[in-house]
Ligand binder design. Structure first.
Ligand code: ATP
Ligand code: ZN
Length: 210
């Protein structure tokens, strides 16, 4: 039996569950139970917080997971990725107050930047020779400049309306993300075979959607 970890509730959960259902697999939706067995495929589904999914798959507590690439790369396990799933597309961007002058990434030299993605942002800045002071906060990153915590932020953007609403302007795209299927690297031969069956169905679902 394969164990698949998906987000319990949030921006990934509905699309993750829909994808599995469209693969012809029947199971109970997330409720008070955090674990359920599919009735017509050897699959057990764990409902978790998205941040915990990469570590669980890395450690083999779960065999598979569905998570945003942003969370996967930030967790430090990019090699677990098996394939992109085409939903939950978003980007991680740098933004500054609307009135701030900004010409290039050089302007972030020595600046305080608030983010929930210190690893991805740190790598991006280092590659460009920029040394900034990263302040890691776990949520409400957009308000950091208005409360004097930072002069810039790096956060997930999809439409940009949250940035606008907080008087911020997007200046650089740091990372593009979508939901990805991830797998433990030491699956048994039987589990690999089941993973292939599942991937085959997922690819058929995606082709049919186009
Ligand atoms: P959890 O409670 O599981 O920790 P969360 O609050 O960290 O959830 P969500 O806001 O549900 O996370 O986002 C989950 C993932 O969905 C993000 O990591 C990202 O990959 C993607 N995502 C975030 N914002 C958007 C958006 N506006 N549009 C599309 N996808 C998004
Ligand atoms: Zn999360």
């Amino acid at each position: 039996m394969l164990r698949l970890a998906i987000q319990k509730s949030g921006r990934l959960s509905e699309d993750s569950q829909n994808l599995i259902r469209e693969c012809g697999i029947s199971f109970l939706a997330a409720s008070s139970k955090l674990k359920t067995e599919a009735t017509n495929f050897p699959l057990e589904i764990l409902y978790l917080r998205d941040d915990d999914i990469p570590g669980y798959v890395q450690d083999g507590v779960a065999d598979l997971g569905i998570v945003g690439q942003n969370v996967l790369v930030e967790a430090g396990f990019p090699n677990l990725e098996v394939e992109g799933l085409g939903f939950s597309k978003c980007r991680l961007s740098l933004a500054v107050p609307r009135a701030a002058t900004y010409d290039s990434i050089e302007d972030l030299q020595g600046v305080n930047i608030a983010t929930s993605y210190p690893r991805i942002l740190g790598d991006y800045l280092t590659e460009r020779g920029v040394k900034a002071n990263l302040h890691t906060i776990s949520g409400s990153v957009e308000i950091a400049p208005s409360i004097g915590l930072a002069e810039a932020i790096c956060d997930i953007v999809s439409s940009g309306s949250t940035l606008l609403g907080n008087g911020l302007r997007e200046v650089e795209t740091v990372f593009r993300s979508e939901a990805v299927l991830i797998a433990n690297q030491n699956l048994s031969a039987e589990k690999k075979e089941l993973l292939e069956q599942l991937q085959f169905r997922m690819q058929a679902v995606r082709r049919a959607r186009r």
